[in-house]
Design a protein around this ligand. Sequence first.
Ligand SMILES: Nc1ncnc2c1ncn2[C@@H]1O[C@H](COP(=O)(O)OP(=O)(O)OP(=O)(O)O)[C@@H](O)[C@H]1O
Ligand SMILES: [Mg+2]
Length: 613
Amino acid sequence: MTAAPVGLPGPRSEEPIRVPLRKVLADGRWALGFTWRTAPAPAALLVASELVKSLVPAGLTVAFGGLVDAASAAVASGPGADPRRVLAWVGAALGLSVLGGLTKIAERHAGRRLLDELEVRLTGEILEHAASLDVACFEDPASLDLLERARRDPAASFHLFLLNALHVLGDGLQGFTLAVVLAVVEPWLLIPLVVLALPYGLFQWRTAARRYGQETRYTTRRRWSQYFVQLLTRAPGVTEIKLLDLGPLLLERFRAVASQFRDESTRILWRSSVVGAVFVVLSSVALFSVLAHLGLRVLAGQATVGSLVVFAGAAARLRAVVEETLATLGSALERGLFIQNLRAFLALGPRLQPGGGRPVAIEGAADVELAGVTFTYPGAGKPALKDVSLHIRPGETVALVGENGAGKTTLVRLIARIYDADSGRVLFGGTDVKELDAADLRRNIAWVLQDFLRFEATAEENLAFGDWRRLLGNRREIEELARHTGVAPLIESLPAGYDTWLGNMFGRQDLSAGQWQRLAIARALARPAPLLILDEPTASLDVRAEEELFRRFRELAAGRTAILVSHRFSTVAMADRVVVLSEGRVAESGSHEELLRRGGLYAELYRLNERMR
Ligand SMILES: Nc1ncnc2c1ncn2[C@@H]1O[C@H](COP(=O)(O)OP(=O)(O)OP(=O)(O)O)[C@@H](O)[C@H]1O
Ligand SMILES: [Mg+2]
């Protein structure tokens, strides 16, 4: 049985992603600037300790060489020789050794501080940016992929990039100083090392690009498999998954994606380890050949024992440093590609044209008008709304009726400028919504969404979120709102009343679907907005709750314009006027009685409904 996800973009090849060096360097500069602005003190300490740490090995090698030569000279000059030179070299080695140890501690300290600071700032910026994006970005797989990659442990990735980049610099400096020390003793060891290092460095670059390519190609599938992990592990999905016995199928699909990723990863890993091993063997052979040659020169009296000590220490270290530097460079590049993705995400702009920024100036109820509006969702084959014209006068209550997919929710979304119409105009209070400040426009609309949220928060907060700037922490007003909207008895019956933590992620008090919906309606009514939109507000309500809403509706909607989207004729009856949508067009409009008399789509739907009763 194959568990390949149908229709998902899958990994096509293992080819590395092409990344221009210029871009990597620009991203690196940006990352350093960001770090500096975030935490200058830890960043400075980190750089300083890395620099000092990288100079210590060459210094120690020289000190040991000096010590051996000073000791040999003292031995040669016989008993009573002056020990001061020997002691001076020991002192130098001691100082360097302590310095090396201290810089490691300083490095760890600064690194941890930097990580903590980055966590706060970077994750904060990612969330802030996500909050500034249009809904359209969250309904588009490509920007969701960018978000997914940016949000996966951003601080750790960023931090790793910085540490790796810093280690490359530090190791590079260490390698350079060791090379200088070696060049004094035996310059031509450097030639084979450089000849070997160049292709190895290039290989590391390709491996990094390959790994990143893998990450990129798999993002959609990973998101998809994460989705199944969520279905299997999150409370709302679990019941349905159990009833459908979908566990084994979802698990199999998860494993299929995870093991595909693992297999490709293993291939890249093997290749990288084998090439790394070849580099280690070849560079060691080169090193020890030169060491043997130098040993012969010491025996022939052409070089000192100290120079042999310096060479052996410096050359072994240099070989390791070159190998480490190049491998770290590979990791830095891989992480650098993460930075590239992060920047691409942060550069995602709003899809909607910036609004005119005019504040909404409406006294009382809103006048809402759609004039010849046509709209197609991005990527959709056919328009969701076609040439819709509709004028809702201040204080009027209009019911939007129509079959599933007719375009009712889309229509109200355009009023709140969740999307912009492709053609035609949407006017709010007589002004084109494109000229208004979008945030202000939305503040002037109270809305119960068809797929409203169930906030894992207290009952009080579940209401206060409807107008949090005014209501949060204001218990008296919340209680008044609850009484006014009829949810007070429900909240008072909860174990801790208004303080009861709802939902079962953090609390223990879940509500029924209808109880949640009643809270959502009350939340929408919390805001004294000139337009009230209720999208399927009664779908889960029992007869008594629906009757109560019906009874109170006039009072609740008093002084506002209201749009009611509903399939229930009992709810529709609350409206002054009914507008029937069919396949994205306004099919009919009029009062309940008028439409019944006309005998069109509304009358047909009504008759069907009556027949079922
Ligand atoms: N986010 C979206 N992206 C792409 N297409 C969408 C999106 N939302 C809705 N559609 C499509 O737009 C059309 C209208 O959908 P809409 O949600 O407005 O219908 P509706 O009248 O509210 O239906 P229902 O009664 O089921 O709530 C449908 O064909 C639907 O497939
Ligand atoms: Mg809908």
